[in-house]
Design a protein around this ligand. Sequence first.
Ligand SMILES: [Zn+2]
Length: 178
Amino acid sequence: MVNVDARTVLLLNASYVPLRPITIRDAVDLIMRDMVDAVDGVAARLNTTTTVFEVPSVLRLRYYVNVPLRGAVWSRRGVLSRDHYTCIYCGATVGDQQRGKTLMRADLTIDHLTPRSRGGENTWSNTACACRWCNHRKADRMPHEAGMKLLWEPKRPRTRYLVINGEVPEEWKVYINL
Ligand SMILES: [Zn+2]
């Protein structure tokens, strides 16, 4: 989890893929070392003795950094992002009507295919996004025991998910899939 208040500059790889939010201090350090180019926005204005120095809100590394794709760390938010907030059993997603209610993100939960009560773990292949109704219906059973089919096979994602808490600056949104 990253707190946007403390880290207000988004660092992109040379390929424009977001790497991570960094602090103003780290941003200034990278700028001083000529390692980055400004991409968008202004995160802060720093007064020096002679001038006002603008720290961009989005920076891009001049040299490509190889980020291993295998290292996707499991998280609830990561699973929901991977599954695009879509229920693996009924396909319902945010904005759909279900039981007279418009589905919100809060209605989409994490389902353990092998229930935790039977030793099912928090892994990419054992968890998927499920709406609260399907999750309730399945309860402490395996999908086949509940007669519920998976619409896809949950897998470890090939990309890393940037999990960010708090308000995201407008100029970041183009670079992050929210
Ligand atoms: Zn569902």
